[in-house]
Design a protein around this ligand. Structure first.
Ligand SMILES: [Zn+2]
Length: 139
């Protein structure tokens, strides 16, 4: 009996073009980074406003700490939002990440009811529309 071996291939996987956020570094920076604008701290491969106590102590000693601008502050300076939240036609909130706009929309829907619509553009920018009253159908 002869068994043929099928070659393992990834051809069945759906190819999705995901554009990379150009404000994020290609490689994880070494050491601690401290944003000079907002005070966010980069450690364990993410930025946070509320680092744990041992990280705060390292920041106070300036041991292995580099100063920079975090990606969010750079986006704000460049006026390059990654998301927008429209609040029922009242005003618009711009966000530095798509996920933040989506989370805000979900929180609004959960807290205040209404209807949320998500419109993504090339996996790089999202527009979230929240309406207090459900959208009315036009007859
Ligand atoms: Zn910052």
């Amino acid at each position: 009996m002869c068994r043929s071996r099928k070659a393992y291939t990834l051809a069945y996987k759906k190819r999705v073009d995901v554009e990379r956020d150009t404000y994020l570094p290609r490689q994880s920076p070494k050491g601690l980074l401290w944003c000079t604008d907002c005070g966010a701290v980069y450690y364990r491969q993410h930025w946070t406003i509320t680092p744990p106590q041992e990280i705060k102590e390292r920041l106070e000693s300036f041991n292995g700490v580099s100063f920079t601008l975090c990606p969010a502050c750079r986006k704000i300076r460049d006026h390059y939002p990654s998301g927008e939240l429209h609040l029922g036609g009242l005003w618009k909130v711009e966000t530095t990440t798509e996920k933040l706009a989506q989370r805000l929309g979900r929180c609004l829907e959960k807290a205040r009811g209404g209807k949320v619509v998500y419109k993504s553009h090339n996996n790089k920018f999202v527009r979230v529309l929240w309406q207090k009253e459900p959208l009315k159908k036009v007859a």
